[in-house]
Ligand binder design. Structure first.
Ligand SMILES: NC(=O)c1ccc[n+]([C@@H]2O[C@H](COP(=O)([O-])OP(=O)(O)OC[C@H]3O[C@@H](n4cnc5c(N)ncnc54)[C@H](OP(=O)(O)O)[C@@H]3O)[C@@H](O)[C@H]2O)c1
Length: 241
């Protein structure tokens, strides 16, 4: 790991939302190894316990981001434990891939609840906690389908395009409060996200969760005056222009 990253992360308090997933798990690992104190959030208690077993310094807080009150309780738990917060990496999300004419109302609700409303609750609450110290960094891991369309991804794209819109608007409003916000347009990453996707994909050609995590660590360790607003990384086999 680069020395600048280790220097930048020493003693920092990081909240990883979706730490129980592929990208969030890899980010958690990188942050712990770089010396940050990590609070890990997700719904799955077993996967949170596994994270703590692997990295005993991790503080787990079971959270469903579709519930605004639970999101607020999560940030309060970070504050109660550490009295501070430096960075929030939001890797929580879900994907449903179906032809548009097969989508049920419940499918659309699920995508909007997790990927759009959940992203809003996390970003809004993060800003409330970060604005006190007039510094901090929020990374919203949205994905390339937040700005490009794809067949079978109608509900997913709708939620992700919305997540990009809300993130950009919030970034405009908090830029004078010392809060940085970075949007990540990652392409396919080989994680459990694809385990149940009803699509033919070649996972061997995807980015690894570690590659995705390293791009997030790069953004988090940029010079204080530098704001990485958007990072777009695609696997070589599947470039979007
Ligand atoms: N994999 C890709 O190709 C790819 C590419 C670009 C962007 N993305 C996006 O990147 C993010 C992470 O994806 P991934 O590949 O790491 O997927 P993953 O392995 O399936 O992980 C998804 C994470 O989201 C969490 N989550 C889902 N619903 C939640 C809820 N209601 N409340 C709290 N946490 C919830 C899951 O935790 P629990 O189950 O414990 O709640 C898990 O930690 C997602 O937003 C995804 O859309 C993925």
């Amino acid at each position: 790991m680069l020395t600048e990253i280790i220097t930048a992360m020493q003693g920092k308090i990081a909240l990883v939302v979706g730490a129980t997933g592929g990208i969030g798990g890899a980010v958690t690992q990188e942050l712990v190894q770089a010396g940050a104190k990590v609070v890990a959030a997700g719904r799955n208690h077993d996967r949170l316990a596994q994270l703590v077993q692997k990295y005993p310094s991790v503080y787990p807080v079971a959270t469903d981001i579709t519930d605004f009150q639970q999101v607020h309780t999560l940030f309060q738990a970070v504050s109660d434990r550490y009295g501070s917060l430096d960075m929030v990496i939001n890797c929580a999300g879900a994907g449903i891939m179906k032809q548009f004419n097969k989508l049920e109302p419940a499918d659309l609700d699920w995508m909007v609840d997790v990927n759009l409303k959940g992203c809003f609750y996390v970003t809004q609450t993060a800003c409330q906690f970060l604005k006190e110290k007039r510094s901090g960094h929020i990374c919203n891991v949205i994905g390339i389908l937040g700005k490009h369309s794809m067949p079978m991804a109608t509900a997913y794209c709708a939620s992700k395009f919305g997540a990009v819109g809300l993130t950009k608007c919030i970034a405009e409003e908090v830029k004078r409060l010392g809060i940085k916000i970075t949007i990540f347009y990652l392409g396919g990453v080989d994680t459990p996200f694809w385990d149940h996707a009803n699509l033919k994909v070649d996972r061997a050609k995807m980015l690894s969760p570690q590659q995705a995590a390293r791009s997030i660590m790069f953004a988090l360790s940029c010079d204080p005056v530098a704001v990485p607003m958007e990072i777009n990384i695609q696997p070589e086999s599947h470039l979007f222009f």
